[in-house]
Design a protein around this ligand. Structure first.
Ligand SMILES: [Zn+2]
Length: 110
């Protein structure tokens, strides 16, 4: 993902509307790109800061931002684990199907 794309996804990220694929690519970029990370902080401060002003809560924006990115990483790793479990399931079903067909062949058709 390039910087232009990453920056264009920031509002969607803050809005929680990125799909897992975009979210992962986005986080990888943000982790490795100081400019975009900075831009994300700024937009986060603006959006979260405004909603904080309106509720009157005081909270540490920088910590909230760090927590937010950490939480996103956790979501991605859970997502990837589920995806892997699903793939293993599909492979097992294929193997069992082939084994069952082979068994049928050897028992009945030979
Ligand atoms: Zn960048």
């Amino acid at each position: 993902m390039n910087c232009k794309k990453a920056v264009s996804l920031i509002p969607a990220y803050l809005d929680d509307s990125l799909d897992a694929k975009d979210l992962q690519a986005f986080l990888e970029h943000i982790d490795n790109c100081a400019d975009c990370s900075e831009e994300l902080s700024i937009q986060f401060l603006i959006t979260e800061g405004l909603s904080t002003l309106s509720t009157g809560d005081s909270f540490d924006l920088q910590t909230a931002m760090t927590d937010r990115v950490r939480e996103s990483h956790r979501e991605i790793s859970v997502h990837n684990r589920l995806f892997m479990v699903r793939n293993i399931g599909v492979i097992l079903v294929v193997i069992l199907t082939v084994a069952a067909l082979a068994a049928v062949y050897f028992v009945f058709l030979r």
